[in-house]
Design a protein around this ligand. Structure first.
Ligand SMILES: [Zn+2]
Length: 146
């Protein structure tokens, strides 16, 4: 892997986990320029966003499994049902809390929205021209950015 082209800026970005989405637009310019120039930081940024999204997905799956466990216990009502149900609900609550923390503390939601936008743009570009023309102007602006 190549080294950072400007270690001072690189260190600041590392401290933010390469997330500049919460910066004011006028302060972002220098960092965006660094990302454009620096392969090292760009690949680190991509890695951190993958980790964020993986955490959200894991927390979602974990919450779903605990909820499923609760449903199964409730349905079959084995011995010690109450204790098992409480354990399953506690697991669900913990997963939901982790999900919330990841969603608030990382730019994962914005990353998911960006991926969805890129996907929507691909679909838009493949549509036949006559259908594309019928899309509302506002929607077309959002998809193509022009
Ligand atoms: Zn760098």
């Amino acid at each position: 892997m190549s080294a950072c082209v400007d270690p001072v800026v690189g260190k600041i970005l590392a401290g933010w986990r390469y997330d500049i989405s919460s910066l004011a637009p006028e302060m972002r310019g220098d960092y965006e320029a660094h990302f454009a120039a620096c392969d090292h930081c760009r690949s680190r940024q991509r890695l951190h966003r993958v980790i964020d999204v993986a955490l959200i997905v894991l927390a979602s799956v974990s919450a779903a499994v605990f909820l499923l466990a609760f449903g199964v216990i409730h349905h079959f009502a084995p011995k010690h049902t109450l204790i098992l149900e409480l354990a399953a609900l506690f697991g669900f609550a913990l997963s939901a809390l982790i999900w919330l923390i990841v969603a608030v503390a990382t730019p994962a939601p914005a990353t998911v929205v960006d991926v969805a936008k890129v996907g929507a743009r691909h679909v838009h570009d493949r549509l036949p021209a006559e259908i594309r023309e019928r899309l509302p102007e506002e929607l077309r602006m959002k998809l193509t950015g022009s």
